[in-house]
Design a protein around this ligand. Structure first.
Ligand SMILES: CC(C)(COP(=O)(O)OP(=O)(O)OC[C@H]1O[C@@H](n2cnc3c(N)ncnc32)[C@H](O)[C@@H]1OP(=O)(O)O)[C@@H](O)C(=O)NCCC(=O)NCCS
Length: 179
């Protein structure tokens, strides 16, 4: 398997991975979200990575720009959304490798914080912890509060950055914040 940055010519593969991973119910909505984010100027700079095997694209991860509204210090932040692995390739470490590759590249780019709204049993395995002190773009119901997570890529940055996280316009809709 190879993980590489996706290009414009990968768009159909990217959207196909999203549809397959999220299934008939959520797939079309997530594919539309990704399609929009990839051209949303407020999402830039973004990082879009595709996992491919010998035959096909099997996984995709997208990180888009975020910022913290009322933080005293300017902190370089992104939101991880979505992560998708096609059903036949799940539970083989593809998701883990996409996260790892993404975090490595983001660290090199100087990104300091990565936020995610996702499975609270999955992301902590990859270094994420509850994003206490960071308000999500839309309120997360108390019952899902631990699904809103953060990881610092520069040690200590969390202590100096609290506030409301603002995301790209296309992601800034309540339906994308109902975990
Ligand atoms: C979630 C997802 C990206 C994980 O990708 P993956 O390549 O299968 O993940 P990995 O192989 O790195 O890790 C697999 C482990 O994660 C666990 N896992 C997968 N989905 C999980 C979930 N929803 N909640 C908790 N654990 C989960 C698996 O049980 C497995 O555990 P094991 O190693 O103990 O067997 C993939 O299952 C997927 O695309 N799901 C549908 C779309 C989705 O929900 N995306 C995440 C949005 S936040």
């Amino acid at each position: 398997m190879e993980i590489r940055k996706s290009t414009e010519s990968d768009l159909n593969d990217v959207l196909d991975v999203e549809r397959q991973a999220f299934g008939n119910e959520k797939g079309p909505e997530i594919a539309e979200l990704v399609n929009g984010l990839l051209i949303d100027p407020t999402a830039m700079p973004l990082l879009s990575l595709l996992a491919v095997n010998d035959v096909q694209a099997i996984g995709h991860i997208l990180f888009t720009r975020a910022h913290i509204a009322d933080s005293k210090n300017s902190v370089s932040s992104v939101i991880l959304a979505p992560l998708a692995v096609i059903p036949e390739a799940q539970s083989q470490g593809v998701g883990a490798q996409l996260i790892k590759a993404g975090l490595r590249l983001l660290t090199d780019l100087g990104v300091e914080l990565v936020f995610v709204l996702g499975h609270p049993e999955y992301y902590p395995r990859h270094g994420f912890k509850p994003a206490i002190g960071f308000e999500a773009p839309y309120p997360i119901p108390e019952i899902h509060a631990n699904a809103w997570m953060v990881q610092e890529l520069r040690p200590g940055v969390i202590d100096n950055a609290k506030g409301k996280v603002m995301c790209a316009d296309i992601l800034n809709k309540p339906e994308h914040w109902r975990e």
